[in-house]
Design a protein around this ligand. Structure first.
Ligand code: PLP
Length: 471
């Protein structure tokens, strides 16, 4: 091993490693087969004082780090929301790291700023949004959602920015199926968890507009200040869809802002036959979709669209002397959120959309939706398995329900089944609870997932269920 290898040699080795990794992901167990602490114990306790050869570092990456990887990029990763990195986006990430741009002021990053403007217009157009919307890229939906709610707070009471939280409590309206980041935002923004109102749902886990209207009316009468309604298009557990239009009617009637969290499902709206998912979004104030979830862009790329970008700037802009410029009417992205330095995230979105083509992305999303329907058909054909929720997109919630097992014992049985199917490393699925019922959850979203991968998941599930039942 020599420390004198060139950057070209090192990068070529990394390129080879990535190419082999993407070509043959099935050779890895999906879920890392390691115990807590095992990886840390294999790493040296102190930083090296002297330079180490790149080759040695890469060898340790392969022998120590990779065995502790749970492979999100694996076609048999069916847990949470299955995601994946398009090869062109992986290359774009390398280029972004090479440029190491901090996209905070236009002058620190003219191309990053303007590419972000343009690629967000592309995405807005693909999603069928009108030109009224401005899109901004954040790292995660959690931060994009937080940012949207900070803007809602600014709209509701602009004095809070300077004076801190004061006056009557602000209220947020969500459902038990809303992603937890909204409650976290309530904590961080000083709204308080107690002021997050859980609006009851209908039998399809969708926020009930009548119950929403009642909750807002009751709060107003009590002197509380309704801040925002959060509708979810594609909830985390079951991908249920809060019909946005009906929520917008209540939002408008009661003069409360509407935020739409479509982190996972929003991407599907680029399919003409799924555009209805976003019906009514034009009447919302803000809207989040994550290209890093179901548009094949690697972590981290979450997009927030807002109707009133000046409001967002008012919520966040604070320019110290050392960041003033004479560039005039340009967009300085540091004014749109908490972060100053920002990664050049638009590059990977641009590479992905161009390299797959919008139609290529559509084709893959359609295939995933069809695969989920096929999986649900297989479950429905069996009397000892059942689908537990509607599956409008690419996630199916289900459970094993053999004859003779008490309702009360089904949770434990399915929890053991989850452990058993994941232990082998062939597939990785996750679970949730739907109205108190324990459910297994299979999510399809990886660029490389084929029918054979879903069939493998079904084989593993049946095999392990048979073993647990002693069949
Ligand atoms: N919103 C929904 C509906 C989600 O399902 C998730 C994560 O799964 C999030 C928000 C948070 O996403 P992120 O990891 O980008 O913060």
């Amino acid at each position: 091993m020599s420390s004198a290898s060139t950057f070209e040699d090192d990068f070529a080795r990394v390129g080879d490693w990535i190419a082999r990794y993407l070509a043959d992901p099935l050779r890895y167990p999906v879920l890392a087969a390691v115990k807590p602490g095992e990886i840390a114990a294999r790493l040296s306790e102190r930083a090296p004082e002297s330079p180490e050869p790149f080759e040695r570092i890469l060898a340790d990456f392969e022998s120590i780090v990779v065995p502790g990887i749970t492979h999100w990029n694996h076609p048999r990763f069916f847990a949470y929301f299955a995601t994946s990195a398009a090869p062109a986006a992986i290359a774009a990430e390398a280029l972004a790291a090479a440029l190491d741009v901090k996209a905070m002021l236009w002058r620190t990053s003219p191309s990053a700023t303007e590419l972000e403007d343009v690629v967000m217009r592309w995405l807005g157009h693909l999603l069928g949004l009108s030109s009224e919307w401005t899109g901004i890229i954040y790292d995660t939906a959690s931060i994009a959602g937080f940012t949207a709610l900070a803007a809602a707070r600014e709209a509701c009471d602009p004095t809070i920015r300077d004076e801190g939280m004061h006056g009557a409590p602000l209220r947020l309206y969500i459902t038990e199926h809303t992603h937890s980041h909204i409650e976290k935002a309530a904590i961080a923004l000083g709204i308080g968890r107690r002021n997050v109102v859980l609006v009851p749902c209908d039998e399809s886990f969708r926020m009930r507009p009548d119950a929403l209207a009642t909750a807002i009316t009751r709060d107003r009468a009590a002197g509380l200040r309704p801040l925002a309604i959060v509708a979810t298009v594609g909830t985390t557990s079951t991908t249920s869809i809060d019909p946005v239009a009906a929520r917008a009617v209540v939002a408008e009637a009661h003069d409360v802002g509407l935020h739409v969290d479509a982190a996972y499902a929003g991407g599907a709206a680029i399919l003409p036959e799924q555009r209805h998912l976003l019906d009514g979004v034009e009447r919302a104030r803000s809207f989040v979709v994550n290209p890093h979830k179901w548009m094949f862009v690697p972590m981290d790329c979450s997009t927030l669209f807002v109707k009133d970008e000046a409001l967002l700037r008012r919520a966040f802009s604070l320019v110290p002397e050392y960041l003033t410029t004479t560039d005039g009417e340009v967009r300085n992205y540091m004014d749109y959120g908490l972060q100053l330095g920002r990664r050049f995230r638009a590059l990977k979105l641009w590479f992905t959309i161009r390299h797959l083509g919008a139609d290529g992305i559509r084709g893959r999303l359609r295939a995933h939706i069809a695969l989920a329907a096929t999986f649900a058909d297989w479950i429905n054909e069996r009397t000892d398995w059942e689908v537990l929720a509607p599956h409008p997109l690419s996630v199916v919630c289900f459970r094993y329900r053999p004859a003779g097992v008490d309702q009360a014992d089904l949770e434990a049985l399915n929890a053991r089944l989850l452990e058993a199917v994941n232990a082998g490393g062939e597939i990785f699925i996750s679970h949730t609870k739907i109205e108190g019922t324990y459910a297994l959850r299979l999510a399809i979203g990886n660029l490389r997932t084929q029918l054979e991968d879903v069939a493998a998941a079904w084989r593993v599930l049946q095999r392990e269920a048979g073993r647990l039942s002693g069949a």
